[in-house]
Design a binder for this molecule. Structure first.
Ligand code: NAP
Length: 323
């Protein structure tokens, strides 16, 4: 069962990957299939299912209709996987599906916050609940995809960071609860990686600010636009790739003793370290330039701007925190 390098042999083992239509989930699903796993790849529409099936090369990938916010689709997906895997159960569940809805918290409507948490947190837990009986049968493991933002909450990404912190907490509780059953829970924490999520973030941010225009939105418009541009540039420049992410997921699924956390990218490691070691005041000061309006655009209230001797962005540059 355990191969060279104390790895579990993937062959014959079934895994489910949610949010496999694009970006990191797609890369991971195809990588796991090539690595020998039988992959059930969660998608929300027919076009994505066809695209994935065409890209799969080993004949071991099955698209699975799965919107993580829909109880009927979760039930249907669990039934389908149960039917196909039979007595062997499920080896892995990779909870990757997610959205990122940015905006200054003052401008984020409650329904948008609910959507963020419903997709990234409640949906993920519901999927886990659905598949746990099959994971128990297979003595399998869970891999939850969070983000470096589950350790450091950037301004203007409060809703998303809240979801990522929650996923980290859910993962810690689950890991402790599932220990008696021998079901390991790992977190894979990607840093900034160029995927379609960045265009979606920009669109969602623009929409949020358009709705808040004429009200609080005007107070944030300029630094927020600059922030979005900076995020997109950071992802474009990132040396971390979807393949790096896919390899980390594979490691979590095949390690004889999986780690609790797999950071993917130097920005995540640096951010986690900073969050652990630096006082809040220093982190706040580091992020202050991100939210400070240009002098000619400064609103009547708010950040007073640089004090004399303000060092500007501190050594932990905002761009070194991820997505
Ligand atoms: N890329 C990064 O820099 C980065 C960094 C840190 C963390 N992450 C995390 O990594 C994960 C994947 O991100 P990505 O960059 O690959 O983004 P992406 O390309 O936008 O992919 C997101 C995936 O989630 C799916 N999804 C969204 N809502 C869903 C729902 N209600 N039910 C089921 N699937 C749903 C999307 O499906 P549709 O195509 O149907 O919308 C898509 O397959 C996310 O959880 C994200 O938070 C990404």
């Amino acid at each position: 069962m355990i191969g060279a390098g104390r790895r579990i042999d993937a062959r014959g083992r079934a895994v489910v990957v949610t949010g496999a239509s694009s970006g990191l989930g797609r890369e991971a699903a195809l990588h796991l299939e090539r690595a020998g796993f039988r992959v059930f790849a969660g998608v929300r529409d027919r076009a994505a299912a066809d695209d994935l099936a065409a890209a799969a090369t080993a004949g071991r990938l099955t698209p699975l209709r799965l919107d993580v916010t829909r109880a009927d689709q979760i039930r249907g997906a669990v039934d389908e996987v149960a039917r196909q895997v039979g007595a062997g159960g499920l080896w892995g569940l990779v909870n990757n599906a997610g959205i990122s809805l940015p905006g200054p918290l003052e401008c984020v409507p409650p329904e948008q916050l609910r959507r963020q948490l419903d997709t990234n947190v409640v949906g993920q837990v519901a999927v886990i609940q659905g598949f746990l009986p099959l994971l128990r049968t297979g003595r399998g493991r869970i891999v939850n995809v969070t983000s470096g933002l589950g350790r450091v909450a950037l301004p203007y990404l409060g809703a998303y960071a809240a979801a990522q912190f929650a996923k980290e907490a859910v993962s810690d509780s689950l890991r402790r609860e599932l220990r008696p059953f021998g079901i390991a829970v790992s977190v894979v924490q990607p840093g900034a990686i160029q995927t379609p999520i960045w265009d979606k973030v920009a669109d969602a941010g623009t929409e949020t600010m358009a709705r808040a225009a004429g009200r609080a939105g005007d107070l944030y418009a300029e630094p927020f636009d600059r922030f979005l541009a900076r995020l997109a540039a950071q992802a474009r420049r990132s040396g971390t790739t979807p393949a790096d992410f896919a390899r980390a997921v594979a490691r979590a699924l095949t390690a004889a003793r999986p780690r609790t956390r797999y950071p993917v990218g130097g920005d995540v490691r640096l951010g986690s370290l900073a969050a652990r070691l630096l006082p809040d005041a220093l982190l706040d000061r580091n992020f202050a330039p991100l939210v400070r309006p240009r002098p000619d655009r400064r609103p009547p209230t708010g950040d007073p701007g640089p004090a004399s001797g303000d060092p500007g962005p501190a050594p932990l540059a905002p761009t070194s925190s991820e997505d």
